[in-house]
Design a protein around this ligand. Structure first.
Ligand code: C2E
Ligand code: CA
Ligand code: CA
Length: 859
């Protein structure tokens, strides 16, 4: 305690003043000369002034010192505390006297013995010495301070002034951060602009593989590292995210990079966020914080995952709603064939049909609202404009109540869709013509007609005329070829204006819109007829076919596909009936016919059960003698509402509905019963002819039925004749020939009805075991005046005699016709000239009149 801060009371000036005062008191009695006294007086005044000055200076110093909020101490060079301000007294919580005059260690008990050495060195260089130490309070508690020490000279002595800033508060905050930095698993390195490491936390050390004492800076020599991006592409120094953050002054977040440490051949992956730190101008970053975590294992898992996904062709996606970002795995990107905009989940299927995008959006909205998952098959457009299909599964992250993330998979199902599509196409296509098949056009029509904006649909029903003849004469191969080329021609004629289907064997359907062009259906119909009019070639043979077309329009002619097609069919049928090779639109009159037909069919179905049918018998007579040789049974329908109906009115309906099989069965039975009746009555009629529909050959075993009936009524086969039209031959039921053979074997007579009217393919006649022909009344009607009718009659008569077949002329109404037929050599005739269809008893009476006896005349 050798030195103290000057107290003005103890100063030499004060001593001198006191001496002067004593001198003055001692020389009270003018012992001193006047001049000396004056001089003394002046000296005293000067001294007083100086003292006052010094005192006010001292007070200023004190005030200044005490005004400093941090503890300030004045310290002698040897470390003795000379003075302490009020803040210091408060901070150290002890009176000034306990500190002043004591060595500085009283405040800094933790300082080493020789702590003053570096302080002196710095002060001698004229620098300020800064150190962080702990100071102690009276109670022994410590608090952190940052001490700034400066040197000065006082009266040739070196002194020190030390300002201690209490760091407690900053420390608390800083230590929290430090604790955080030291304990978190995220590596944090602070670089300056020259990429020098300013600081690094333990996690950074661990990540880089530095020992605690080692210098991170040394380890981070750029030459020792290779840096690659997430896909393994090398990154130049310029492209390092840290460099970029510095260069652009922007945060570069969550970049995955690979770090290859060349000396150790060690590869690690980090995800790093770089935050630039601006200090002075706020424009140029001076530092950059690199915060990173090791994602090596994650990356490895990812790579494995990616590979697995690649193998399974399943991609992964994640939609981060919070950040509005879409993440895709490699495989997902490969599947999509492009890099969609990461800002929108919709972008996944950009270019998809609007309906698919809406479906995806709805699914995602629903997921956000109520969780769960979705599983959609969506179409999208690749960059190369290839339409593709994906199956997209999405799921809300269950751990996340806010559904801020939706994750899912993406699967390329294009191939499957194509396969399904081609299966669907196959199922929809008619293999022979490549057109839509029946089912497909029904579905398609239904779809179109359900669309309220699309009610004006027309259907063209196209039926090839005479196709069955060609098919039979030339064989199935030719038939197929004909159908294929007809289909081709129809397609050309339709020219994309409608859908085309093969609806049945030789039936085609065209469906088209007509709202924009009311005449389109008729125009297409005419074009089709035109296209078919040119002859077809097959095996050097040329032949022509025609078609009949019916047209029906929705909504007038039907609002359901079935009714529309049915009406188009009715119009076609009507057209065919009038003249072949034409088209006909459906009309209300046709609709009436249609309704009548329906009504008729309903009643017809019940007629057999109600016993409304009966048979009349028309005699077949010897044209020469006029004697009855046999009878043709003709059906009549007596309905209480309709009156008596001729077969022309109902047989074709019954054939369409199939009722003819039952009705025909009844006719056969009734005719056999009647024949047996007459025989038992001793009437000598040998034979009853029964008309048999082609459907009776298709529907059941005709020979079997006949055999049973003959047995039941005890009739010989010769008592029965069957008349059938050429249609039987054309329908080509599989058992026709066998049926014929068996019937003939039984002795049943077989006759072709209406010969000359139909297809009259002569090769049938040779093939079939038939007995006779019936010359159609169509030609008999015109003889003897109409030349072509005469020619047909002559030809048929010639055919019959050259094939050794019997011949019956139908519809003989006049004596002239009888004469003509006789001259032609036709032996038997049938017609109103002799008799119409007669009731059985009437017929019996005729027989008796003619004097028939049992087992009389033969054919
Ligand atoms: P079809 O077999 O040619 O029968 C002869 C038709 O000509 C009968 O008409 C008969 O009444 C009529 N006819 C007879 N002589 C003359 C004549 O001198 N002048 C004219 N103009 N007509 C004459 P129908 O009874 O109305 O029979 C019409 C057709 O109905 C028959 O033609 C036959 O094909 C069919 N049919 C009649 N009965 C049956 C049946 O039981 N089963 C089947 N499947 N068809 C039958
Ligand atoms: Ca007949
Ligand atoms: Ca006939």
């Amino acid at each position: 305690m050798t030195e103290r801060w000057p107290d003005p009371a103890q100063s030499p000036a004060a001593d001198l003043l006191r001496t002067l005062d004593a001198l003055e008191r001692a020389s009270d009695d003018a012992a001193l000369p006047e001049a000396t006294r004056t001089l003394l007086g002046q000296a005293r005044d000067a001294l007083l002034a100086t003292l006052e000055e010094t005192e006010s200076e001292r007070q200023r110093y004190r005030a200044l010192l005490d005004a400093v909020p941090d503890p300030v101490s004045i310290i002698a060079w040897d470390g003795t505390v000379l003075d302490l301000n009020t803040a210091g007294v408060a901070a150290y919580r002890r009176p000034r006297e306990e500190i002043v005059g004591k060595p500085i260690e009283v405040l800094n008990p933790d300082l080493p013995k020789d702590h003053l050495g570096p302080v002196w060195a710095a002060l001698n260089r004229g620098e300020t010495y800064v150190v962080e130490v702990t100071n102690m309070r009276a109670d022994g508690s410590r608090f952190p301070v940052e001490v700034h020490t400066a040197g000065f000279e006082y009266r040739g002595d070196k002194r020190m002034v030390a300002v201690a800033r209490d760091l407690s508060q900053r420390w608390q905050a800083e230590s929290r951060y430090r604790l955080l930095l030291e304990s978190i698993d995220v590596g944090v390195i602070l670089f300056d602009r020259e990429m020098h490491v300013i600081s690094a936390n333990p996690a950074a050390y661990r990540a880089i593989g530095a020992e605690p004492g080692q210098s991170v800076q040394n380890l981070l020599r750029p030459g020792d590292w290779k840096v690659v991006d997430a896909r393994g592409r090398p990154l130049s120094f310029r492209d390092w995210p840290t460099t970029q953050a510095l260069d652009y002054g922007q945060v570069i977040s969550n970049t995955v990079i690979g770090l290859y440490y060349i000396p150790d051949q060690r590869m690690s992956w980090i995800s790093v966020t770089n935050v630039p730190v601006f200090e002075t101008d706020g424009v140029t970053p001076e530092y950059v914080f690199a915060m990173f975590s090791d994602v090596t294992t994650l990356k490895r898992d990812n790579v494995l995952f990616d590979r697995a996904q690649g193998l399974a062709h399943i991609g992964g996606w994640e939609w981060d709603r919070g950040r509005q970002r879409l993440y895709l795995t490699h495989e997902a990107q490969r599947i999509l064939g492009r890099e969609p905009s990461p800002q929108s989940v919709d972008a996944l299927i950009a270019g998809a049909p609007a309906s698919d995008r809406a479906r995806l959006r709805t699914a995602i909205d629903r997921l956000i609202e109520s969780g769960g998952s979705f599983d959609l098959e969506l179409q999208y457009m690749r960059d190369d404009q290839q339409p593709c299909w994906v199956r997209m599964i999405g799921e809300a992250d269950t751990a996340d109540p806010g559904v801020s993330r939706i994750v899912g998979t993406l699967q390329d199902i294009t191939e499957r869709k194509h396969a399904e599509e081609s299966l669907r196409v196959q199922a929809r296509t008619d293999p022979l013509t490549g057109l839509l098949n029946r089912d497909a056009i029904l579905v398609e029509l239904d779809r179109r007609m359900q669309d309220p904006a699309n009610t004006e649909v027309a259907v063209l029903y196209i039926d090839l005329d005479r196709f069955k003849v060609i098919n039979d004469v030339l064989g199935h191969a030719a038939g197929d070829e004909l159908l294929a080329s007809a289909a081709q021609r129809i397609s050309t004629a339709v020219d994309g204006e409608g859908l085309i289907a093969r609806f049945g064997g030789d039936e085609f359907l065209v469906a088209c819109q007509y709202a924009d062009a009311p005449e389109r259906p008729e125009r297409i119909a005419a074009a089709i007829l035109q296209a078919l009019s040119e002859s077809f070639r097959f095996d050097n043979e040329e032949f022509t076919i025609t078609a009949s077309i019916g047209i029906a329009r929705s909504p007038d002619d039907g609002v359901r596909p079935q009714s529309l097609i049915q009406n188009a069919d009715a119009a076609m049928y009507d057209s065919k009936r009038r003249s072949r090779n034409a088209w006909q639109a459906f009309t209300p009159a046709l609709a009436q016919t249609q309704a009548d037909r329906l009504w008729m069919e309903t009643h017809l179905r019940r007629a057999a059960d109600n016993g409304e049918f009966h048979l009349v018998y028309q005699p077949q007579v010897d044209l020469q003698s006029g004697r009855i040789v046999s009878a043709e049974a003709l059906i009549r329908w007596q309905n209480h509402l309709l009156g008596e109906l001729r077969p022309d009115r109902f047989i074709s309906h019954a054939e369409t509905t199939g009722d003819i099989v039952r009705i025909g069965g009844w006719v056969l039975r009734e005719a056999c019963r009647q024949a047996a009746d007459w025989r038992n009555a001793g009437l000598g009629i040998v034979r009853v002819a029964v008309n048999v529909s082609y459907r009776q050959f298709v529907g059941e075993d005709l020979a079997d039925t006949v055999r049973r009936l003959l047995g039941e009524f005890g009739l010989p086969g010769e008592a029965l004749e069957l008349e059938f039209t050429e249609r039987v031959l054309i329908e080509d039921a599989p058992d026709t020939l066998r049926n014929f053979a068996e019937l003939r074997e039984m002795g049943v007579m077989l006759t072709i009805d209406d010969f000359g009217e139909g297809y009259s393919a002569l090769n049938y006649l040779r093939r079939l075991p038939i007995h006779g022909l019936k010359l159609s009344q169509l030609f008999v009607e015109g003889v003897p005046h109409n030349h072509s009718d005469v020619a047909v009659c002559q030809a048929v008569s010639g055919i019959a005699s050259s094939l050794g077949l019997g011949l019956v002329a139908e519809g003989v109404e006049s004596e002239a016709q009888r004469q003509f037929l006789l001259r032609l050599g036709v032996p038997v005739g049938q017609g109103f000239l002799f008799a119409p269809g007669l009731k059985p008893d009437e017929f019996a009476r005729r027989l008796l009149q003619e004097g028939y006896r049992p087992a009389a005349a033969a054919h």
